[in-house]
Design a protein around this ligand. Structure first.
Ligand SMILES: [Cu+2]
Length: 157
């Protein structure tokens, strides 16, 4: 009788343990879901942050304003798989020079064309070419490679 009672107790004990284990598992599953949500949230925020950084990062690299000193301004433009910077901001009325240096071996970028100013300048590799830009009129002026494939822009304001 005592043994039976003991066995029953053991059985209930096992049941209780099982129940506790089950409820812990349920709690863990809920916590897991919360954790998953937090991870998804953090990942989402990280992606948004990265996109913002990428957008502003590119923006900063792409656009450069000239330093104006002694009634002259100049900007160096590197030609290598495109133009860096792609957008150049010049001050209106101040004589401006863009220094183009081609580091790209491809013949695609061996000329730079400013159709608004009638400029079609050869860019020998690794040689700085000075291009005078007329800044008398404010506006946006595109430049391109000889084949009109790569583009850059001068903003006079
Ligand atoms: Cu080209």
């Amino acid at each position: 009788m005592a043994i039976l009672f003991c066995k029953m107790f053991l059985l209930t004990n096992v049941n209780v343990r099982y129940n506790i284990n089950l409820s812990i598992t349920v709690v863990n599953r809920n916590e897991g879901m919360i954790l998953t949500k937090i991870i998804v949230l953090i990942a989402g925020l990280a992606i948004i942050g990265f996109m913002v950084w990428w957008f502003f990062g590119k923006h900063e690299v792409a656009e450069v304003s000239a330093d104006v000193s002694d009634n002259s301004q100049s900007i160096d433009v590197e030609v290598n798989g495109g133009y860096s910077p792609e957008t150049v901001v010049l001050k209106q009325g101040v004589p401006a020079i863009l220094n183009f240096t081609r580091k790209d071996k491809s013949s695609c970028l061996d000329r730079v064309v400013f159709s608004d100013f009638g400029i079609n300048q050869a860019l020998p590799i690794n040689e700085e070419q000075q291009i005078e830009i007329d800044t008398t009129k404010p506006g946006e002026y595109q430049w391109a490679c000889g084949m009109d494939m790569f583009h850059g822009k001068v903003i006079v304001k």
